[in-house]
Design a protein. Sequence first.
Length: 171
Amino acid sequence: MHKDDITPILDTHEDTDHVFLNEKNEATFLCKNCGNGVTRDLSRLLHTQAAIRVKCKCKCGNVFRVLVERRRNCRKIVNLLGMCHYLSDSGQPQKRLIKVLDISPTGLQFSINDMPRFNVGDKVFADFRLDDRNYTEIKVKGAIKRMRSKKVGLEFISIERPKVLTLYLSN
Ligand SMILES: [Zn+2]
């Protein structure tokens, strides 16, 4: 694939596809003709627009148009107590008190008092109560994305009450 397989277009004909940018300003384009997907960093195309239209040229020859949207920035700063569950190196279940610092539709960040015994890439469970009217308990499974001092970034794999969480994040 070449750098020019994704080119911006200016007209506003009906778009066939929507994709969202991730946190790194990357988007994944999937060719419906051959099923080939490519992920491209679109930083160079980003200015101030909320969305950009691009033309994708797949290696199979198919050319298709995509509307790329920024995910609404709904990372919500919170202060919620919870628990993180994981397995020790020897496979024993462990749990640690955590403080959830922020939540987005795709993940959360928490702080932990003592240095956790898990590593980037590990899968852990976390549960915490929202400060909504019902103090709804949310349980998530996630993968550790980053660890900086005692702050841990978790990317969701599954969420037990996704609708409640979506509503909470939109308020
Ligand atoms: Zn293709």
